[in-house]
Ligand binder design. Structure first.
Ligand SMILES: Cc1cc2nc3c(=O)[nH]c(=O)nc-3n(C[C@H](O)[C@H](O)[C@H](O)COP(=O)(O)OP(=O)(O)OC[C@H]3O[C@@H](n4cnc5c(N)ncnc54)[C@H](O)[C@@H]3O)c2cc1C
Length: 412
């Protein structure tokens, strides 16, 4: 492949500007290396910017604020109970013991700011080590304007026009209670939005970012502070090797292929392969395609392919982070997380029959949907049937009758 530009030398090259890549960049920089982050798309944030941004961190230091007691041993028991022997013990123990350390590190050395959610339960009550709250964590809101020019290239718009204002997980939980406190909170959030007069005059979206977009903005601000460059429209194309060791990569940037030497390493953080129809067909269960995914378009499995080219082993390719999704008329595909479990609704297959408990974890619901489909019950797609009370209480503006639900992989 012709290389028209001079080489660039740095310590670390990071491919992908989602949560994984930008977190890795902060850590590498804090440990004393020069870092370059390159992003394939013209916006940064990846699937992280479309997500709830909730991090599951057992035994975290913010649990004391919400009177939750936890331990690495309980976290290990819970993970082991769920995962079994499919992952090595050392790896499970490392997460149980050190995720909290990672959080402290990031809260000390970046703008990342998480709080523990006291009423966000672990999903599997019957598993030893379960907690009814405190491990799932919410991002603190942040004003988009703090990013200056970089505000323009943060991936946004997943929920544009669907909600009047952005809410944190905690605010969303309170609003769903539909009591006097919820109306008061809604009024406060609406007033804050309306009082942002400059933004209203320019018809801008809510500048108070929450959830995944808040996490992305906080990480981007941390890169700014550290003067870590982020190149947009710059896909990593090929890994460069010397005597079996990765020494850099070819990156397309400003129309040219640049040969980048990374003295200490290349971090591949390019997300999953939700948008690669061929890979989904190769590795996952039919029926499958890329049209049902809520993941960002950059998730085309580039790291998997580049890794495979240099002999890396693949694992868990049949797995995904599953959730039901639905398409809205403008083409956006959204994940249905809380809304699937609310009273006044059921999901049915094309014979009009329920096939699963809708209130179970979204992962398991999709697995049951597939099981039902494979029994010939025509459960993909399925339909959410709901009454007027559900629509009035839980459905925000975008929920229209006759939604089409399918399975999705936002696969990581
Ligand atoms: C609707 C929704 C809600 C979710 N909610 C949660 C949640 O609350 N909690 C949770 O833990 N998980 C959640 N998830 C899953 C979570 O969002 C993802 O697992 C996570 O964001 C993946 O982060 P990442 O940094 O690995 O990938 P991404 O955020 O996708 O970032 C990867 C980046 O790499 C870029 N890229 C791809 N190829 C290249 C290349 N060749 N060169 C350079 N750049 C490249 C992509 O364009 C992208 O910007 C949710 C997912 C969805 C879809």
């Amino acid at each position: 492949m012709p290389i028209e530009s001079p080489d660039l030398e740095i310590d670390w090259l990071v491919a992908g500007a989602g949560a994984a890549g930008m977190t890795g960049a902060v850590v590498a920089h804090q440990l004393g290396g020069s870092v370059l982050v390159v992003e394939k798309e013209s916006v940064y944030g990846g699937t992280t910017a479309k997500s709830g941004g909730v991090a599951w961190i057992p035994n975290n230091h913010r649990q004391a604020d919400v009177q939750v007691s936890d331990s690495a041993e309980e976290a290990y028991a819970y993970l082991k109970g769920l995962i079994g022997d499919s992952v090595s013990d050392a790896r499970i123990a490392a997460y149980a013991q050190r995720a909290s350390e990672m959080l402290v590190f990031m809260m000390q050395h970046s703008h990342v700011d998480y709080s523990a959610l006291p009423n966000y339960m672990d999903y599997y009550e019957h598993v030893r080590g379960y907690k009814s709250g405190g491990r799932s964590m919410d991002n603190a809101p942040i004003n988009l304007r703090r990013l200056g020019q970089d505000a323009k290239t943060l991936r946004l718009g997943h929920y544009d026009g669907l909600m009047p204002f952005n809410v944190t997980v905690e605010e969303g939980q309170r609003l769903q209670e539909m009591n006097a406190g919820a109306y008061w909170l809604g009024l406060r959030l609406l007033s804050r939005l309306l009082l942002d007069i400059p933004a209203r005059l320019k018809r801008q979206r809510d500048n108070r970012l929450t959830l995944g977009p808040a996490l992305v903005a906080r990480l981007r601000l941390s890169l700014q502070d550290r003067r870590i460059p982020l190149w947009l429209d710059s896909p990593v194309q090929t890994l460069l090797q010397d005597k079996g060791r990765v020494i850099g990569a070819l990156v397309k940037h400003e129309g040219r292929i640049q040969r980048i030497h990374a003295r200490r390493g290349v971090l591949l953080a390019t997300g999953g392969f939700s948008h690669n129809a061929a890979m989904r067909q190769q590795y996952q269960q039919a029926p499958i395609g890329k049209d049902w995914t809520a993941a960002a378009p950059g998730a085309t499995g580039d790291a998997v392919n580049m890794g495979e080219q240099i002999g890396a082993a693949l694992g868990f390719m049949e797995c995904a982070w599953w959730s039901p999704t639905y398409a809205i008329p403008d083409g956006r595909v959204l994940a249905l997380i809380a809304g699937k479990s609310n009273p006044g609704s059921i999901m049915v297959n094309r014979h009009g029959k329920r096939f699963a408990n809708e209130a179970q974890p979204y992962e398991d619901l999709v697995k049951e949907q597939y099981a039902s489909e494979s029994r010939g019950e025509q459960a993909i797609p399925c339909y959410l049937v709901f009454d007027a009370t559900y629509r009035q209480k839980y459905a925000v503006g975008h929920i229209k009758p006759c939604l089409l639900y399918t399975s999705d992989a936002a696969d990581e």
